[in-house]
Design a protein around this ligand. Structure first.
Ligand SMILES: NC(=O)c1ccc[n+]([C@@H]2O[C@H](COP(=O)([O-])OP(=O)(O)OC[C@H]3O[C@@H](n4cnc5c(N)ncnc54)[C@H](OP(=O)(O)O)[C@@H]3O)[C@@H](O)[C@H]2O)c1
Length: 263
């Protein structure tokens, strides 16, 4: 049976998820936001969904409420939402708004889920983690997974794991882009065009990711590239001597510390 999803928040993340649902017939979609009418018009025309200026009027008819708005507006919205609920599944993509917080704000027994995508969601290539709350059933899990499957791959984890691993799935893409930038600049020094440099580096990263997805051990994959005493081994030696692994750990811990201080 078709489920009615009410999105509150109509920005990049809501649009990525709605885009991912366009070939699925399981859902009918209603979208609300904070009053930006132009954005609602664009969404209505682009995705053929229903929009509303008043999410409150739609809550009673919805099966799922999907919060795609900034973390700092959640508390007041959940408070308002609490008075309108009749058992809907409530999901959020906001940093710091885990299942235990949502459960504490919503009526007892409310099924909730925390979804943590990354920016590649807009290309349908997100690595998304989700953590269900304590009232979520297997039927809810199917709904959650169908809703997020359109933005890429997903894994079910615990609330604590989302807290710890958002640095890996959400922040570390920025680390990869830094590496890409450095390699592109080196490629440009050899006289290729910027487009060529981008292609060389992007395809190299994509191929490496595909190799990792075969489940081979990263150390074994590195060994496969590096003949002992060969040119790649010389490069790896520099990275190992300068402590790339420690640097990566430090960077991930810095992300976690900052995230904790912001929530
Ligand atoms: N973008 C990402 O890659 C990404 C990744 C992981 C998690 N997230 C999380 O996803 C959430 C949304 O991010 P985004 O990138 O989609 O943000 P965005 O593009 O800035 O859009 C935010 C949306 O929230 C709406 N909004 C703000 N305050 C509201 C309120 N009080 N009531 C109802 N709607 C309200 C805005 O309404 P108007 O349209 O009226 O301005 C807008 O539609 C955030 O919590 C973010 O942390 C995003």
């Amino acid at each position: 049976m078709t489920k009615r999803v009410l999105f509150i928040g109509a920005g990049r993340m809501a649009q990525a998820i709605i885009e991912g649902l366009k070939d699925k017939n399981d859902f009918s979609i209603i979208v609300a936001n904070n009053g930006n009418e132009e954005r609602l018009n664009v969404i209505r025309e682009s995705y053929g969904v229903v929009t509303t200026k008043s999410w409150k009027k739609e809550v009673g008819k919805a099966d799922i409420i999907f919060l795609a708005m900034p973390p700092n507006v959640h508390e007041s919205l959940l408070l308002e939402l609490s008075g309108e609920m009749n058992g809907q599944l409530v999901m959020t993509v906001a940093a710091g708004i885990g299942p235990s917080f949502m459960e504490s704000m919503l009526p007892d027994g409310t099924p909730v889920a925390w979804v943590m995508p990354n920016t590649a969601a807009k290309l349908g290539q997100s690595m998304t983690m989700y953590a269900p709350g304590k009232w979520v059933t297997e039927q809810h899990i199917k709904i959650i997974e169908t809703l997020i499957s359109g933005i890429g791959e997903y894994e079910r984890v615990s609330e604590q794991q989302i807290i710890e691993l958002t640095a890996v799935t959400g922040s570390a893409p920025a680390f990869i882009y830094r590496i890409a930038e450095a390699l592109e600049n080196i490629a440009l020094e050899s006289g290729v065009t910027p487009l060529q440099a981008r292609k060389l580096v992007a395809q190299m990263i994509m191929g490496s990711a595909e190799m990792l997805k075969t489940n081979a051990n990263p150390a074994a994959l590195a060994d496969e590239v590096a003949t002992p005493g060969g040119s790649t081994a010389a490069g790896l030696e520099v990275l190992d001597t300068k402590g790339l692994a420690d640097l990566m750990t430090e960077a991930i811990y810095a992300c976690r510390e900052r995230a904790a201080s912001l929530t």
